[in-house]
Design a binder for this molecule. Sequence first.
Ligand code: GTP
Ligand code: MG
Length: 177
Amino acid sequence: MDETKQYKIILVGDTSVGKTSILHRLVFNKFSEEYRSTVGADFLSKTIYQNNIITQLQLWDTAGQEKFWCLTEVFWRTADAVILVYDISCEKSFQNLEFWYKQFKSKSVNEDGTEKSLPILVLGNKSDCQTRAVKQEDVEQWCKEKNIKLHFEVSAKFSNQIKESVTKLTEYITEGE
Ligand code: GTP
Ligand code: MG
């Protein structure tokens, strides 16, 4: 029988970078131009089939808006991996990755207080935008400093690299076990 694995993955990043849109593209293959901010956190499931392994991903879509942060912190603690999202057309959203990274690091600790070393995927969304404000090499450098191996530019709008990047993360989690 095929093996089934289950992982909990949390998405964080500034408001409006497209976390919900990425998940809706991944799970429902749909996209909406309309912006509806996430309140608190939402949860979606996605099953990935790969090399005779069935992987069930529990994807936690958090709210970027500050007023909801206290509601989402609890989810960070039990995550198996994190997806940090910025918007390639918004420089501030890349600068704030440092904040999201630190938040995540401070929350993902073992019971004895030591830091967990969890897989991280960095996604630069809205790669379809003509008005680029974040250089790919700057993000690569930032990832290198943090020893983050996975970085993709994606577009939820045009379904570019979404499934590929999440499949890579799944592979990476599985390999690390
Ligand atoms: P919060 O829930 O407030 O944290 O925001 P979010 O990160 O979930 O952003 P959301 O997915 O709601 O998207 C915000 C806006 O960006 C919406 O108007 C989307 O249509 C738009 N958007 C999302 N992804 C893309 C993309 O790949 N390209 C373009 N051009 N627009 C996008
Ligand atoms: Mg959202």
